[in-house]
Design a protein. Structure first.
Length: 150
C-alpha cells in the first residue's frame, strides 16, 4: 500500500507536466478562415450572386472537381443568372447524389459540350430529379467544360 501512493503521485505529476507542455496538438482551436464576398453581394441570409474564393481549387485531369470563381465567371458569360450555390448543387448531385446511384461520376472532359445537354436530359429522367436539379447539373458540367484546359 505504501508503494501505491508514491506511484500514483508520480503518475499524477507526469500527467500534469504533459498537459502543461508547450507542444500543442492538431486538435487545438484555430481561427476560422475568412472568405471575402464580392462587391455588390449581400452578407445576409439571401443567396449570393457571386463570391470570391480564397481557396485554391485543385482541378482533376478528368474534369470532376468542385467549382470555384473561375467556373462561375466562365458560365455567367452564357447564363448570367447562375450562382456559385447552383454550381455547387450541381456538383453535389453529380458526385454524391442521383448520378452515382446508377454509375460513377463520368469524366466531364472527353464529351463535347453539345453532347452534355442530351445526356443530362436522359439521365435526369431516369434518375427522377427535378427540373432545377437537372439545370444545376447541366450548368455545373458546362462550367467545367468552359474552363477545361486546352
Amino acid at each position: 500500500m505504501k508503494l501505491i501512493i508514491p506511484l500514483s503521485i508520480v503518475a499524477s505529476l507526469i500527467i500534469i507536466t504533459a498537459c502543461n507542455s508547450s507542444k500543442k496538438s492538431s486538435t487545438s482551436a484555430t481561427k476560422p478562415a475568412v472568405i471575402p464576398v464580392a462587391a455588390g453581394t449581400s452578407t445576409t441570409a439571401s443567396i449570393p450572386t457571386s463570391t470570391v474564393s480564397s481557396v485554391n481549387i485543385v482541378k482533376s485531369t478528368n474534369g470532376i472537381y468542385a467549382p470555384g470563381n473561375e467556373e462561375l465567371i466562365a458560365i455567367q458569360k452564357q447564363y448570367k443568372d447562375v450562382t456559385l450555390n447552383q454550381l455547387n448543387q450541381g456538383y453535389e448531385i453529380y458526385t454524391k447524389g442521383a448520378c452515382i446511384k446508377c454509375h460513377g461520376a463520368i469524366e466531364i472532359y472527353p464529351r463535347e459540350e453539345v453532347q452534355w445537354g442530351s445526356v443530362i436530359n436522359d439521365m435526369a429522367y431516369r434518375a427522377g430529379i427535378s427540373a432545377s436539379e437537372k439545370d444545376a447539373v447541366l450548368k455545373y458540367v458546362l462550367s467545367i467544360k468552359a474552363t477545361q484546359p486546352r
